[in-house]
Ligand binder design. Structure first.
Ligand SMILES: Cc1ncc(COP(=O)(O)O)c(C=O)c1O
Length: 398
């Protein structure tokens, strides 16, 4: 059957997420991949999760975990999730909290609740590509806001709010994906007050905040929210395990209610077993020692990438970010005609090293001179080799 005339308006022109498509190209085990964004596989806390799962499924509450639950979430996790969010100064009560099936679902439920076809959403340029993808499925329009070294440009934010009257601003406050940039404290306060003044809802997405290598931990934008317009979305994907698909949203009660109604229609509730595992993991005090184990490993990998960049890359041609945490480094060629999309297959074939071309992270089309590197899925040796090979390719081709 040919379905071409049957697809919904929402999805008919949408292509697959660029990164998922790249994965198909990377089946060759010889390839060093800086393309994904997964946590390091060997760092996932298998032993603790097995212990907790065994306890949960042999304990008194086992049958309850296997039964349906409430859409809002498993109450113990709502409590421990609020405590998790409070690590960034976010406050709330149970009525302000929703368990979500990963941070990505938080973005989806927000757009589902607020976005009609044609509605505008401001995003940092560049931004998390899944946010752009989700927005398209609701036929919303992303408008890019300029970005400085310390995050969103506040003058441009105000100008774009006035010009486009957006309903929502989406922002990754710590170690953004794709750039690794972190919003300064002043900008966090400015975003809270500007968006309150103009009546713009903020989705503050913070999956990477705990992966900090240097600098001081900063309070979330949500901690400066006086009008209830900031929705804080966080996740356990990068701090515990992404396969459990669990996150937390903290927001005004009315927004939580709408997100809950939206969630009811999608997955009824996040897996009870996942929720109970995450809750026990937090209550047993496993998070702190786990972070002490994983953050130094990510720092070592990030330092290895930064050192290799300094040693091999043609820095007169391409500028890189130097993040204080997270999983990504971002590169921008000075020559805007450098096309990292066009050369991708040739580059991967010749260098056996993969990056993600930056174009898919922009609200606007045709920005092809940037790229994203991830360092969590390669060894220190592979990082050195991969950057050396890419540097040689870039010197030869740009
Ligand atoms: C900025 C950002 N937000 C949200 C997510 C979604 O994570 P999850 O749905 O696994 O919690 C990611 C994952 O890569 C991300 O980079």
């Amino acid at each position: 059957m040919d379905f071409e005339n049957m697809w919904s308006e929402r999805l008919k022109s949408l292509k697959g997420n660029a990164i998922r498509e790249i994965f198909k190209l990377l089946q060759n085990p010889e390839i060093v991949s800086f393309a994904g964004g997964f946590p390091t596989l060997g760092l996932l806390p298998q032993k603790e999760i097995k212990e907790i799962t065994d306890d949960l499924l042999t304990g008194e509450g086992a049958l309850k975990i296997l039964q349906y639950g409430g859409t809002e979430g498993y109450t113990p996790l709502l409590e421990s999730g609020l405590k998790y969010a409070s690590r960034f100064g976010v406050k709330g009560e149970l009525k302000n909290t929703l368990v979500i099936s990963g941070g990505q679902q938080g973005i989806d439920l927000m757009f589902k609740a607020f976005i009609n076809p044609g509605d505008r959403v401001l995003v940092e340029n560049p931004t998390y590509l899944a946010c752009l993808h989700i927005l398209k499925t609701y036929q919303g329009v992303a408008v890019g806001v300029d970005s400085d070294d310390d995050g969103l440009n506040i003058d441009d934010l105000e100008a774009k709010i006035k010009k486009h009257q957006p309903k929502i601003l989406y922002i990754v406050s710590d170690f953004s994906n794709p750039t690794g940039k972190t919003l300064s404290l002043e900008k966090r306060k400015a975003i809270a007050s500007l968006t309150a003044k103009y009546g713009v809802v903020v989705i503050e997405d913070n999956p990477y905040g705990e992966i900090r290598f240097s600098g001081e931990k900063l309070p979330a934008i949500k901690s400066f929210d006086t009008e209830g317009n900031v929705v804080y979305v966080t996740s356990f994907s990068k701090t515990i395990a992404p396969g459990l698909r669990c996150g937390i949203a903290v927001a005004d009660e009315k927004i939580i209610r709408k997100m809950t109604i939206g969630k009811q229609a999608v997955d009824v509730h996040t897996s009870n077993l996942s929720q109970a595992i995450i809750d026990e993991y937090l209550r047993r005090g496993y998070l702190e020692p786990h972070l002490k184990e994983i953050v130094p490993v990510y720092k070592t990998k990030k330092d290895a990438m930064q050192n290799a960049i300094e040693k091999y890359m043609p820095l007169d041609k391409i500028k890189f970010t130097n993040p204080e945490g997270g999983l990504f480094i971002w590169g921008e060629f000075k020559d805007k005609s450098a096309d990292l999309d066009k050369c991708f297959v040739d580059c991967v074939t010749k260098t056996k090293t993969a990056y993600v071309a930056g174009s898919s992270f922009f609200a606007d089309e045709g920005i092809n001179h940037c790229l994203r590197f991830n360092y969590s899925n390669a060894t220190v040796e592979q990082i050195e080799t991969g950057i050396k090979r890419l540097a040689a390719y870039f010197k030869e081709n740009f």
